[in-house]
Design a protein around this ligand. Structure first.
Ligand code: NAD
Length: 295
């Protein structure tokens, strides 16, 4: 099967490499020549342009920064829809706003192409290890066609429903994660200020009702979870800048849907303070430093 891959950054580079390793005939392109060179070293063919990359592809996969890039790459005359061969399937794995995802799927469908939005959970390590989680929106038939490709880049593949629902699952999950990380940071800070050490509080709360993934897998207080970024001075991991991007997408969608998300709004404001402080390159659990007054 021929795959055209567009967007070979931190995530797309290793994802394209995994498809090539799995035996797909992958042509890969990016605005960065260096990124294309690395993909060629990893077994992909060089895509000289988006049009050349998709013209012969059975499946097109894209991994781009934001909604504007996805709209442009798919809908402009140089792009995917105008240049793909009839019957090709499109998979966009970028994290983008729900409206852009739905609009691009509609534009593809108007020209007879099946398309899914398939954003991922898991960072660069999961992209390299082929262990991403994919949250897929789109028609059932398109999902079934996408699955064998996604399985070579990820471990868990979920069908979230209609077009755009992959993005909905992604931003709702990350809003929850962003909030629980702040709540967990506040609780550790309070316990410590009142004389309870982080390990003892962890031992109690991780088996009590305050337990969450933010605590047991990614504890923002240094000590209790050795592999967590808090033990390497909050080097990412998942950078606060990326969490802030997802928080903003969640708030934008919440406003449009008139869904009350007061804690999501607060959480966005706190990660934005990390950005203002020039510390959004830290892991998002570095919000603990903000809560402690250390930023
Ligand atoms: P990145 O900035 O490293 O890569 C994006 C790539 O797209 C760049 O190489 C850029 O040159 C390329 N690009 C932009 N416009 C293009 C165009 N018109 N044609 C061809 N190539 C173009 O970003 P990333 O970290 O790989 O993230 C990609 C997506 O995955 C984002 O939507 C991000 O939110 C999401 N995501 C990232 C992570 C992570 O940990 N990095 C985790 C989950 C989801």
């Amino acid at each position: 099967m021929k795959v055209g891959f567009i967007g070979l950054g931190n995530m797309g580079g290793p994802m394209a490499a995994n498809l090539a390793k799995a035996g797909f005939d992958v042509t890969a392109t990016d605005l960065s020549i260096g990124a294309v060179d690395r993909a060629v070293e990893a077994g992909c063919r060089r895509g000289e342009s988006v049009a050349a990359t998709v013209s012969d592809a059975d499946v097109v996969v894209s991994m781009l920064p934001a909604g504007a890039h996805v709209r442009s790459v798919y809908t402009e005359s140089y792009g995917v829809i105008a240049n793909a061969k009839a019957g090709a399937l499109f998979i966009d794995s970028s994290t983008i706003d729900v409206d852009s995802a739905r609009d691009v799927v509609s534009a593809a469908s108007e020209k007879g192409f099946a398309m899914v939005d398939a954003p991922v959970s898991g960072g660069v390590a999961a992209a390299a290890g082929g262990s991403l989680t994919f949250m897929v929106g789109g028609e059932a038939g398109a999902f079934e066609r996408a699955k064998p490709v996604l399985e070579k880049m990820g471990r868990n593949i979920f069908h979230a429903g209609a077009a755009g629902n992959g993005q909905v699952a992604k931003i709702a999950n990350n809003m929850l994660l962003g909030i629980t990380m702040i709540a967990t940071s506040e609780a550790f800070n309070l316990a410590e200020k009142l004389g309870l050490d982080a390990q003892t509080f962890f031992d109690i709360s991780s088996t009590a009702s305050g337990q969450s993934w933010s605590m047991t897998s990614y504890c923002p207080a240094p000590g209790p979870v050795p592999g967590a970024p808090s033990n390497r001075d909050y080097q990412p991991g998942f950078a606060a800048a990326m969490m802030l991007k997802d928080m903003r997408l969640a708030q934008e969608a919440a406003h449009k849907a008139k869904a009350a998300t007061p804690l999501g709004a607060q959480a966005e404001a706190l990660y934005a303070l990390m950005e203002s402080a020039g510390k959004d390159d830290l892991d998002f659990s570095g919000v603990m430093k903000l809560i402690r007054g250390d930023l």
